[in-house]
Design a protein around this ligand. Structure first.
Ligand SMILES: [Zn+2]
Ligand SMILES: [Zn+2]
Length: 827
């Protein structure tokens, strides 16, 4: 046997795994447990980065471990293949987006294979293939029938750099989630999905998702943003116009000193009556609409506004208050109009201070006197007791809210209501590289769904890209021209494509039945595998993908396709890979290329480092010395094995009675089996799993280096090496296959059962007690250190040899030397 050559070993086992179809997932055996191990599918950007390697290695360890535990494991990968980068690259290089994408997929598939990931490649999907996206269209048509998909004119987020509309979830801190460019508001006619119909369920079920990190659940709760309050109507003085206001603090309404409208509010431009004010309002609104959302709404952004010259009537007090247009009011939160109570809301306070508006307290803490004389220095937001509030004076906030809501309803100017920050999901994109929305617009019939038997509506090739203004598909005459499916009249095909988050909302259902031409998936296949047992991906998907996919599943449930509403039992969000303290990125120049690492150290070492260097939920700082350490670890196992290989008993030999160092090694071996099993299967502490194996190797080493070895020692060594090959194999699979085959193991190590723990060997601190009967050695038993005489006696009697000598005798005397000897004197 020669030195360990990672490249040869890895190529050899990858070929064999593939040839033997080791990772093929067959039909479900109903008598065996199933485990669906899923990692978020990658975008085929060109090549894998270290973050990918880490993400997919974590999943691979779990998948391999579960399979060794006798479970049927679903472990598949695919490609989130539609989207902007392909289209932009195509524009730059004058290439078809499909070509660019498929080339990248080929590259990355090769990288996945070189990493030895245990995917069933026969189930691989790419979302840009008609075989997949026809089902996006099919789902859309079902949603159209159910009224879940609808078309409406809305103010939407527009990224000029990406030249497309963005969903609210795709605007991060006021900027485009993809290009970080500025985002402004524009009005568009768009297709929406009614995510808000599911808002309550999406929120309530978070409490039951106890396999999800609390952080993600909190982010989703915030995103859904349910708030209970009252909608109140303010009449505009001298106009046939009323403004609806939503407030969670109706108890403060007597402290409202102005109304503030969003710049986008449909009434904003029409409010001023004289020309000068009209000009001022026009230019303010225009300026706001062209502004990046971040500059308008970020915490601490400068407060800007303009007075409209008009007044509204407070329906409770009858008081006249000025109407302003203000930069901090969002059109899509509540009604786009707020009643401003500067004394009890900090943003209202800041605005009032900036524009010299009245600040009037109406709430004071219970048990203190109302302070009305002086102007407060800041807003007090806590509930309390009302004053200066007419008939409601002296009420506690909570009771006042209930009474005032009821009164508003009774008097016909308001009602209790619930609002959500979550909005319906706008899925139209004015881009080429996505799923065509399967609709035909007819002058007479309106928007008509494409009949199912005409699916897929395929993306045409050779579409001119990169020309300004609107959807590229609109420039393809043959695509646009279509007959109305209802009346047969010449009509126009929809030219927007779907948001790519549609693809990722259900792709993992397709893995279960990837080539089904009759349905998105077979319900029996799906029922056997779903829900997903473990889903691994980055925290950045907490509020987009992970909300959409929960929504999509609930829709599928209501369509009768699945029987559950929550698709993912356990969610795991891994940390980032950093170098020199920063996330790896081209601009920082700190990127470590996985290919280079595989070339230099091998896939096993690269995987091992990613898994060992940090707990998986934390960030991982790249460190070349650490990688070298992992390489040395594998070489060390190899060398140790090499030195004793010929002395090991043949595979399958019975384990003799052992003591001394051999026993100590056996104990270490079994403790390690147990630790690694728990670290992978329960805690997902993969780093401590690797260090447990390292400790085992440290225990092996002196035995290998020692001189003559007893039969027991040789047997214990075999057991330790066999165990290493098995329990390290989820981390370093090629290396362990090779070790296993050198050990004379049958089949692939990946198909071996996870080793059984011998409970008797787990006793942390046990001793061997010599058992004598009338002074003659009859047995050795394992006992916890310092076990008392009763325990020793019980253990001795359980031993069959001792029992035979005791049969038919009477016990006269017991001599017990703790931790050493038990002599039974019998007659
Ligand atoms: Zn953008
Ligand atoms: Zn028609």
């Amino acid at each position: 046997m020669t030195g360990y050559n990672a490249k040869e070993v890895e190529a050899k086992w990858q070929t064999r795994w593939e040839r033997e179809g080791v990772f093929r997932v067959g039909d479900i055996d109903p008598d065996k447990p199933v485990y669906y191990c899923l990692e978020m599918l990658p975008y085929p950007s060109g090549s894998l980065h270290m973050g990918h390697v880490r993400n997919y290695s974590i999943g691979d360890v779990v998948a391999r471990y579960r399979a060794m535990c006798g479970e049927q494991v679903m472990h598949v990968i695919g490609w989130d293949a539609f989207g902007l980068p392909a289209e932009n690259a195509a524009i730059r290089h004058n290439e078809e987006p499909g070509e660019w994408t498929r080339r990248n997929i080929a590259t990355m598939r090769g990288q996945f294979k070189r990493l030895g990931l245990s995917y069933d490649w026969s189930r691989e999907i790419a979302t840009c293939e008609p075989e997949f996206y026809r089902w996006n269209q099919w789902f859309f048509l079902r949603m159209l029938e159910q009224g879940i998909a609808y078309r409406a004119q809305r103010l939407l987020n527009w990224c000029a750099d990406c030249a497309t509309v963005l969903a609210n979830e795709q605007v991060v801190s006021g900027r485009c989630w993809r290009c970080e460019g500025p985002v402004i508001r524009r009005e568009f006619e768009q297709w929406f999905l009614r995510t808000t119909d599911y808002a309550d369920e999406l929120l309530d079920e978070l409490d039951r998702l106890d396999g999800w990190p609390e952080r993600v659940r909190r982010m989703q709760r915030n995103w859904i943003g349910r708030s209970e309050g009252v909608q109140v109507r303010f009449q505009v003085e001298g106009a046939d116009l009323a403004l609806d206001v939503f407030t969670t603090r109706i108890d403060t309404i007597y402290g409202a000193t102005y109304l503030a409208l969003a710049a986008e509010h449909p009434a904003a431009r029409g409010l001023p009556q004289d020309g000068e004010r009209r000009d001022a309002v026009q230019s303010f609104v225009d300026a706001q609409l062209e502004k990046n959302l971040e500059d308008r709404f970020a915490e601490g952004a400068e407060k800007q506004g303009v007075f409209t010259g008009r007044y509204a009537i407070n329906p409770f007090s009858g008081e006249k208050i000025p109407i302003w247009i203000a930069n901090f009011v969002l059109m899509d939160v509540g009604t786009g109009t707020i009643m401003s109570v500067p004394a009890h809301d900090q943003r209202d306070f800041d605005f009032a201070t900036a524009f010299g508006l009245e600040i009037r307290p109406v709430i004071h803490p219970a048990g203190s006197d109302p302070v009305t004389a002086k102007t407060p220095m800041q807003a007090t937001c806590e509930p309390g007791v009302l004053h200066a509030s007419g008939e409601y004076d002296g009420l506690e906030s909570e009771e006042a809210c209930l009474r005032m809501a009821a009164d508003a309803e009774a008097r016909g100017f308001g009602r209790a209501t619930v609002t959500y920050r979550l909005k319906d999901w706008g899925i139209s994109r004015q881009r080429y590289w996505g799923t065509p929305i399967p609709v035909i617009h007819c002058e007479d019939c309106g928007a008509v769904g494409v009949p199912d038997d005409e699916l897929p509506v395929e993306l045409p090739a050779n579409v001119p890209l990169g020309e300004p203004g609107g959807s590229p598909l609109a420039r393809v005459e043959e695509f646009v021209k279509a007959d109305c499916p209802k009346c047969g009249k010449a009509a126009r095909r929809e030219t927007d494509t779907m948001d790519t988050f549609v693809d990722s909302s259900w792709y993992y259902f397709r893995y279960l039945d990837p080539h089904n031409a009759e349905a998105p998936f077979d319900s029996a296949q799906q029922a056997g595998w779903m829900p997903v047992d473990l889903y691994i991906g980055g925290i950045e998907h907490a509020s987009m993908h992970l909300i959409y996919t929960r929504f999509w599943t609930k829709v599928m449930r209501d369509l009768g396709l699945v029987e559950f509403g929550e698709p993912i039992k356990r969610l795991f969000t891994q940390g980032m890979v950093t170098k020199d303290g920063f996330k790896m990125s081209k601009s920082k120049g700190n990127v470590v290329d996985p290919d280079e690492m595989i070339e230099r150290y091998g896939a096993d070492t690269t995987r091992l480092f990613c898994l060992f260097a940090s707990p998986p939920e934390r960030d991982l700082e790249w460190n070349e010395a650490g990688v070298e350490g992992c390489a040395r670890f594998l070489h060390r196992i190899w060398r140790l094995f090499d030195r004793v290989a010929e002395q090991l008993p043949p595979p399958g030999s019975a384990m003799p009675e052992v003591d001394g160092v051999a026993l100590a090694l056996r104990r270490k071996t079994h403790r390690t089996i147990q630790r690694v099993g728990t670290d992978i299967g329960v805690r997902l502490h993969l780093n401590t799993g690797v260090s447990a194996v390292m400790e085992l190797i440290n225990t092996i080493a002196p035995l290998v280096d020692g001189g003559e070895r007893s039969a027991g020692e040789r047997a214990a060594l075999r057991e330790a090496f066999e165990t290493t090959a098995k329990i390290l194999s989820p981390f370093a699979p090629h290396f362990c296959e090779e070790l296993w085959s050198k050990l004379g193991g049958e089949d692939f190590v990946v198909r071996c059962a996870w080793p059984q723990v011998d409970e008797a060997l787990l006793t942390e601190d046990s001793v061997t007690l010599v058992i004598q009967v009338n002074g003659k050695l009859r047995a050795r038993v394992q006992l916890p250190r310092d076990a008392d005489q009763d325990a020793a006696l019980t253990a001795a009697r359980k031993d069959s040899n001792v029992a035979a000598y005791l049969e038919g005798t009477t016990l006269r005397r017991v001599v017990h030397v703790p931790n050493k000897l038990l002599n039974l004197v019998v007659q």
